[in-house]
Design a protein around this ligand. Sequence first.
Ligand SMILES: Cc1cc2nc3c(=O)[nH]c(=O)nc-3n(C[C@H](O)[C@H](O)[C@H](O)COP(=O)(O)OP(=O)(O)OC[C@H]3O[C@@H](n4cnc5c(N)ncnc54)[C@H](O)[C@@H]3O)c2cc1C
Ligand code: SF4
Length: 316
Amino acid sequence: MRAFSYEKPTSVSAAAGAVAQNEGAKFIAGGTNLLDLMKLEIEVPTHLVDVNGLGLDKIEATEEGGLRIGTLVSNTALSAHEVVRRDYGVLSRAIAAGASGQLRNKATTGGNLLQRTRCPYFYDTNMDCNKREPGSGCSALDGESRQLGVVGTSDKCIATYPGDMAVAMMALDAVVETTSPNGTSRQIPLGDFYRLPGDTPEVETTLQPGEMITHVVLPAPVGGRHFYEKIRDRASYAFALVSVALILQTDGTGRVALGGVAPRPWRKDSADAQLPNGAKAVMAELFREANPTEDNRFKLVLAERTLAGLLAAAKE
Ligand SMILES: Cc1cc2nc3c(=O)[nH]c(=O)nc-3n(C[C@H](O)[C@H](O)[C@H](O)COP(=O)(O)OP(=O)(O)OC[C@H]3O[C@@H](n4cnc5c(N)ncnc54)[C@H](O)[C@@H]3O)c2cc1C
Ligand code: SF4
């Protein structure tokens, strides 16, 4: 690990300013992803700005009937929160399906949204990777791509977004609240938060330099039955090959988002509209522009069967 300096500001504007003023600075929250990347020298920040002293660790009701989640709320606290369990079950289940108990105790809401890909070549500094080193090439294109993306990818990067929480938040129409170094706040619908790789896979979100996540806002509950099914190589402590977040109303309408298949949580209104017509119709929409490799073509079938299983279970 390379040497770095450290500070722990006491206001959001000071934290955002500290990152904006120093090109080599990064926010640190739970550190469960960033420190791993620093140890491997994949991320080499020269200055860490610790956001743990900012008091953003509360879950509050909004006037609209939803929830406002502070960025420092741990994954454990969010998953276990009474209202989340009752009204946003898809979120509670998705978080519980991720990582391990110890990691979830440390991992924060904002940090979880910003965790980086698990593409094996991204972690191997001997291999070319456009995301780690722009312009160097993508080792996965001619390499092992079983875990990687089938849709939304580009000829520069086929990595997936690895998290679970964001997949459920996508189904819930969550909104990310941020504060910029100049003190202005903005609200970014999660659907506009993650960027597709295109020619610049190193740019993963629409956050600007120094812009800090302060909260995630969930709209008022939409009701229905909530499911999160994660298919992985091991029963626990593994990232999704495919995951399906499903909110299903009694009339068969609903919402569906996928994890493990694309560079961001994958949802389309046109696919939601096909829910009453079954899993095949939904996946035809979600995978309309799919471009799988021979290694990961199985994900198209796996996702369809996973959704079909959930729809069958919902009828029981
Ligand atoms: C072995 C292992 C298994 C795992 N399995 C899973 C899994 O199955 N599913 C899953 O979803 N996750 C999994 N994870 C990932 C884990 O959930 C993330 O590491 C964690 O959620 C990141 O949160 P953090 O607070 O520790 O973030 P940090 O490591 O502190 O930060 C992550 C990134 O977010 C930035 N950041 C943090 N807070 C803010 C903020 N407020 N504003 C702007 N930027 C910010 C940091 O600069 C950094 O770039 C696993 C991790 C490990 C190590
Ligand atoms: S898929 Fe993306 S993250 Fe993986 S090696 Fe290629 S450029 Fe890097």
